[in-house]
Design a protein around this ligand. Structure first.
Ligand SMILES: [Zn+2]
Length: 330
């Protein structure tokens, strides 16, 4: 039942103004990789809040748009002791609001770069803006709490996890301390099974894998299969900064890494990536499918890639998927 539609991506290029590709009656979910508004982004974009999403107005039209927010939005001044720390000013919440972001994953290795103060300020800004978040919280209970959306009577649940244990990049939440939700099978089994009973579609977001690697590790693949077995429909990954392949396993789909989206953490002004789009027919939520929207990012401003580039981006994902027994391309 799950099929991959990539041709609609090309169709979208012919339409002006650009419309969200895919069936118009479907519920649409969008997922991106890493977003950080720090450093180079801050220097270039300054207070042009509309700039980052200006060329992808369809991002706002999707029913649920999800990003990985990989920096705190904070005025906190005490950085964590680690090689790379990111933060962006609190006023950048405005970019998320204007861009149409509905849900952010905070389960990553930079959300705690300015300690508890940075994380708590970010959470408060999101709550004020009415943007949901997953994967981090004021305590472990909140960090493991799913975000749930009801779109046209179909319920969608989201969970996010990062890190296998505490280390310099990972600050797991506890009963009494703020932080992220660890990627523990015990947590995930409990959380997914509980959520599965309440919603029609379960997405689990993992910030994982090796940086700069186009292929996941064997233990990630085994882990992902377990999580699908617990009842997840879709697993979405990021952290390697580059794209990886997509696997079909039983009734589920695993997108191992979406790479960078708007990544101000380094000075590179041009790169290619994708936005994952999930189409869910409201009458038959089980008949969902995915597609990849090929993206070029120029000075931290994403737009749909031109057709020649689009082809090469999609072919790369296909190539990285060759290692899996089953893929949506079969
Ligand atoms: Zn990361």
């Amino acid at each position: 039942m799950i099929r991959l539609v990539i041709f609609t991506v090309f169709l979208a290029l012919c339409l002006t103004p650009l419309r969200l590709p895919g069936g118009e009656t479907d519920i649409t979910l969008l997922f991106t990789g890493d977003v950080t508004f720090a450093n180079h982004f801050l220097n270039h974009v300054k207070k042009k809040y509309d700039f980052p999403f200006a060329l992808i107005p369809w991002f706002k039209q999707a029913d649920i748009s999800v990003i990985n927010l990989e920096d705190p939005l904070t005025n906190a001044t005490e950085p964590a002791e680690k090689p790379y720390v990111f933060k962006a000013p609190p006023y950048y919440i405005e970019i998320l609001k204007r861009g149409g972001v509905d849900l952010v994953s905070l389960a990553n290795n930079h959300i705690y770069d300015y300690g508890e103060a940075g994380l708590l300020e970010t959470i408060e800004l999101l709550e004020h803006a009415g943007i949901k978040y997953i994967g981090a919280g004021r305590n472990i209970k909140q960090a493991r709490k799913p975000a749930v959306f009801d779109i046209s009577g179909v319920k969608f649940g989201f969970l996010a996890y990062y890190g296998l244990k505490a280390h310099s990049e990972s600050h797991p939440a506890t009963e009494t301390q703020a932080g992220t939700a660890l990627r523990k099978l015990k947590y995930i089994r409990e959380d997914v099974k509980k959520l599965r009973k309440k919603v029609d579609f379960v997405t689990v977001v993992f910030h994982w894998g090796l940086e700069k690697e186009n292929y996941p590790q064997d233990d990630q693949i085994r882990f992902a299969h377990r999580v699908i077995d617990y009842g997840a429909d879709l697993i979405v990954g990021h952290h390697p900064h580059v794209l990886q392949g997509v696997e079909k396993y039983k009734q589920g789909i695993i997108v191992y890494s979406l790479g960078n989206f708007i990544f101000g953490g380094h000075s590179r002004t041009y790169y290619q990536t994708v936005v994952l789009k999930v189409n869910v027919p409201p009458e038959h939520p089980d008949r969902w499918n995915i597609e990849f929207i090929p993206i070029e990012v120029n000075h931290w401003q994403p737009r749909v890639a031109n057709s020649a580039e689009a082809d090469s981006i999609l072919n790369r994902i296909k190539k990285y998927s060759d290692v899996f027994e089953h893929t949506p391309f079969d």
